[in-house]
Design a protein around this ligand. Sequence first.
Ligand SMILES: Cc1cc2nc3c(=O)[nH]c(=O)nc-3n(C[C@H](O)[C@H](O)[C@H](O)COP(=O)(O)OP(=O)(O)OC[C@H]3O[C@@H](n4cnc5c(N)ncnc54)[C@H](O)[C@@H]3O)c2cc1C
Length: 343
Amino acid sequence: MSDEYDVIVIGAGPVGLFAAFYAGMRNLRTLVLEALPKPGGQITALYPEKYIYDVGGFPAILGRDLVTELYKQSNQFGADFRFNERVESLEMLEPGHLRLATTEGVYFSKTAIIAAGIGAFQPNRLNVTGAAEFEGKGVSYVVRERERFLGRRLLVVGGGDTAVDWSLELRNWASEVTLIHRSDYFEAHQRSVIALYDSQVNVHTQNELARISGSGRVEQAVIRDNVTGEERTLDVDDILVCIGFRADLGPINQWGLDLEGRKVAVNRWGEASMPGVYAVGDIAHPQDGVSMNLIAYGFGQATLAVGHASHFIHPKERVMHGHSSQRKGMKYSPVPGSAQAES
Ligand SMILES: Cc1cc2nc3c(=O)[nH]c(=O)nc-3n(C[C@H](O)[C@H](O)[C@H](O)COP(=O)(O)OP(=O)(O)OC[C@H]3O[C@@H](n4cnc5c(N)ncnc54)[C@H](O)[C@@H]3O)c2cc1C
């Protein structure tokens, strides 16, 4: 089939982007299909302004900057990208020939790499008086621009890494940050919790948000001590709710692949139960390995899956090459200001 891709990557999260890059390195004609309007997956949707400290080569990098670099890297070989297209079905016509239907069209490919993360996801909404009324008018679930909190009085609700990280980060922008958590124990990195108690963030554990009020915008939050039942009114400008998110595998459930809970079961090479189909990143459940929801781990899985996809298409090709070297047609843009850019 002339319009058949070598590989279709489902999902343009960090791991899908890296898989697309690697597919280009292996000379594979590649299409990336993404349900959201932008690349970056969870990073873009949930923490574009959080620093990431555990990706090789970057001692610390803002989520959005990592996505920019990954997107540039994945684009070097002319991969096709289609955003706002959710893959609805994946079926094998015969081994080595897949048909994928999205909300917008139909595509054919020899192989597919599922990098759909946790599926379609959305933050858990708070179910208290005023939360729905003031959503977008002071109540938010995702930080899109830290600058927006400059000089404001912020209440953060939650007890996990997201709530703790944002409280610490936004303390640099907001005039005052208060963090409330219904338990007396934070489910967050110990280092962050120590930093939290050393910081100027006002921390109230065993407290819940009771209701929100204001005229047109958030002005007050009433918090309740869930041991004594005592209520207190805080004057606040913004409320950031970080109480987790719900994920839905959506159509992937119907593709006839072996699943393990909400993940696609794969062997140690990243192959799913359908020939030529691989799963990488958060969505993959290696049956005889470990599952780790980390970007760095997903990059390794993507490299392995692309190697196997390449070998699947061209059996004479080695699964892995020992090193990377510049490919013909590769558009490498040196970092502005670097020695390479100056020369
Ligand atoms: C608050 C928070 C902080 C984190 N901090 C770190 C950190 O510091 N370091 C670290 O290593 N990890 C961190 N993580 C985890 C990290 O974000 C994930 O491991 C990573 O995003 C997984 O990448 P992925 O590409 O597998 O999936 P995702 O990022 O989930 O991307 C999957 C993409 O697939 C798309 N998709 C899903 N279904 C379909 C479909 N049917 N059709 C088309 N597209 C589809 C989705 O829209 C999404 O864009 C953090 C996670 C959270 C929530």
